[in-house]
Design a protein around this ligand. Structure first.
Ligand code: ADP
Length: 647
């Protein structure tokens, strides 16, 4: 037994030897030929069964600690100085997550990335050693660019392990899907394993691979559970649909930061007016002072442009992009862009970032940027969950934008209607006033005026009165419409007695209907029927329906107004207004509740109106979560039924 201590990994750690890998190929050890001992002597010091490792895996929640344990155990049992575990990422990259056996190389190579295509190329050159693949030095040279070799020295022995030799074992899941690779390097004896040793190594590597697959599966499940919480909260937040865009952005940022365990999150979506709705004043960096006012580097024009274009490409491929000094998001990021982002990361003291596009359909609306300052790793589950969040957020952004536009339009409409109403009110009041004065003057002067002229003046004054009434109707309708633009807070409303409101409307309409011989009959409960609504809204609703019934009735007709309260599953009230008037054609019924709709039917058009009454009725019932229905028989009458929730 020749100098066992000299060949332990610890004793070798200072010699510059590097751990295993492709991009992570270790620097070979140059053993003293006299010290060469058969690998089998280490290999046969066989190990605990895999099942123990599996049990240990379940106890561990830290994947890289578990993988390190497996790699170290495997190296030891197989008689190698170095071992490594690398995993295929959905970004078409193989990432070295654990490198053991040489602290320097570990430091330099952990997190190293090799494009999957390169690895597959290497595998195609490998000799098939059962579950193992061996790429001998001469064949491996063509991949030299991707292979790190610390020193090119080798032992003077025909079976010597050569600097570019690579020994690896692909790991697959139960469905045969390639998950990653196990690597062994620098046999302690300095020789390539012989056939007997290979069989033994294969057994250990196989056990290690099974352990890693179990650990990965467990980690994947744990990740899925962890991220499901975050994505569920995002879905809940975005589907609550009550948020304005900036509030939505802030809520999602906080959920993502917590759920993903990242240091910074920036949701960047231009708002409806093209300006970025981000968080320049809301830096979520853990250690940031409470009121940072600086623009985050991610919003600097060049960086924002790179990230924006990256998000576009990500959306096309429905992927997230991960970027760090080691990871360059192949197929998504150009080398200049990568270099720029790495610079920005370094300048902000961070390690890595992930970008997920926010979009819907073909439209990219922005992106979510997550930054890690002390960690490099991003799991595939995180990358997938981020894509899902980008979809949910995309839909919510569209909804929030539409709502924002709707609110703007609603404010504009309200302003316009109020202004019009006020502009009309003054000349209206003046013409009513002048009409009254002229009437009084006419009465005083009547004895001296020629009867024909007096009659003409009476007719003109009556015309002024009718025109004024009409204008007053328009002003009232405009003000009623303006009121409806602003939603009341339903819960804060005190119930109103609808029976009293209807009784008043029936009395008033009877007075107006009497000159045309029309009767207005009310069938009302003998008790209050309470509805949670603003009293003014109810008055407008009822007077519009009853007023229309009278207006569109034939002389000597009959209008029936009925109020019924029901207590079925939910309490509700139904107000029915029927007339036996001109009726409404089926085509007109379809458009009746549109703003400014007036029927072309000459019988209807001859009555004065604005075409706003029924639009007001519809918006009023909807405001209180009720509905309005109409049935009609043209030439024979109509029935309108408004249903509102009771109390
Ligand atoms: P307005 O009565 O001021 O024209 P409304 O919005 O109240 O406006 O009604 C819209 C149209 O619906 C009316 O122009 C009329 O053609 C029709 N309409 C409404 N109520 C009745 C009714 N009870 N009978 C017949 N037609 C009606």
């Amino acid at each position: 037994m020749n100098d066992d201590t000299e060949t332990t990994p610890q004793a070798r750690s200072g010699d510059g030897g590097a751990p295993a890998g492709t991009a992570v190929r270790p620097r070979p050890v140059v053993p003293d030929p006299a010290s060469l001992v058969p690998v089998a002597s280490q290999v046969d010091a066989v190990s605990a069964p895999a099942v123990d490792v599996v049990t240990a895996l379940y106890a561990s929640t830290d994947l890289s600690a578990t993988l390190r344990e497996v790699a170290e155990g495997m190296a030891h049992r197989c008689g190698f100085h170095s071992a490594a575990v690398s995993l295929f990422r959905s970004s078409e990259e193989l990432e070295f997550v654990v490198v053991t056996g040489d602290p320097d190389a570990e430091e330099a190579l952990r997190g190293d990335i090799t494009p999957t295509s390169e690895i597959l190329g290497m595998m195609s050159q490998a000799l098939d050693w059962g579950p193992l693949r061996f790429v001998p030095h001469d064949r491996a040279l063509q991949f030299a660019e991707h292979i790190y070799v610390g020193s090119e020295d080798e032992a003077p022995h025909p079976r010597a392990w050569r600097p570019y030799d690579m020994l690896m074992a692909p790991m697959r899941d139960a469905r045969g899907q390639l998950l990653g690779m196990l690597w062994l390097d620098r046999p302690i004896g300095g020789l390539r394993p012989d056939e007997h040793q290979r069989a033994s190594i294969a057994r250990h590597v196989d056990a290690a691979a099974r352990s890693v697959v179990v650990a990965l599966e467990q980690h994947r499940l744990a990740e899925a559970v962890r991220l499901a919480g975050a994505t569920r909260r995002v879905v809940r937040t975005v589907s609550a649909q009550k948020h304005r865009l900036p509030d939505l952005v802030q809520a999602v940022q906080e959920i993502v930061r917590e759920g993903f365990g990242v240091d910074e999150v920036h949701v960047l979506v231009p708002d409806a007016f093209g300006w970025p709705t981000a968080d320049p004043l809301l830096d979520l960096h853990e250690d940031a002072p409470a009121e940072p006012a600086e623009t985050p580097p991610w919003l600097e024009p060049r960086t924002a442009l790179v990230l924006g274009e990256l998000a576009d490409r990500c959306w096309k491929q429905q992927r997230s992009a991960i970027c760090s000094a080691q990871r360059s998001a192949p197929g998504l990021l150009g080398s200049d862009e990568h270099a720029h982002l790495v610079e920005v990361l370094a300048a902000s003291g961070c390690e890595s970032l992930m970008v997920a596009p926010v979009g819907t359909g073909n439209e990219v609306l922005g992106h979510v940027l997550m930054v890690r300052c002390r960690r490099l790793d991003w799991s595939d589950e995180e990358a997938d969950a981020a894509v899902d969040i980008g979809h949910d957020l995309g839909r919510a952004v569209l909804t929030a934008r539409a709502r924002q536009r709707e609110e703007e339009a609603s404010r504009y409409r309200e302003q316009l209607m109020r202004t019009m109403a006020h502009e009309l009110k003054n000349p209206l009041a003046a013409s009513i006033g002048f009409g009254i004065v002229m009437g009084e003057l006419l009465d005083e002067a009547r004895p001296g005026i020629e009867p024909g002229l007096a009659q003409q003046l009476d007719r003109s004054l009556a015309g002024i009165g009718r025109a004024s009434d009409r204008l007053r109707g328009i002003v009232d309708d405009l003000l009623a419409m303006a009121r409806l633009e602003r939603a009341p807070s339903l819960r804060s409303l005190t119930p109103v007695d609808l029976t009293a409101v209807v009784a008043d409307a029936v009395t008033m309409a009877s007075g107006q209907a009497a000159p045309r011989g029309i009767r207005v009959l009310g069938t009302l409960p003998d008790h209050p029927v309470m509805v949670r609504a603003e009293s003014a809204d109810l008055q407008i609703l009822v007077s519009n329906l009853v007023g229309n019934a009278v207006k569109y009735s034939y002389p000597d007709g009959e209008v029936r107004v009925r109020l019924i309260a029901t207590q079925d599953e939910e309490p509700s009230v139904a107000l029915t207004v029927s007339d036996d008037g001109i009726g409404i054609s089926v085509e007109d019924q379809a458009r009746l509740f549109e703003e400014f709709f007036r029927s072309a039917n000459p019988e209807a058009a001859s009555a004065p109106g604005t075409g706003l009454g029924l639009a007001i009725v519809k918006r009023t019932v909807e405001r209180y979560e009720g509905r309005i229905e109409v049935t009609s028989d043209p030439g024979h009458g109509s029935t309108f039924t408004a249903v509102l929730p009771g109390v």
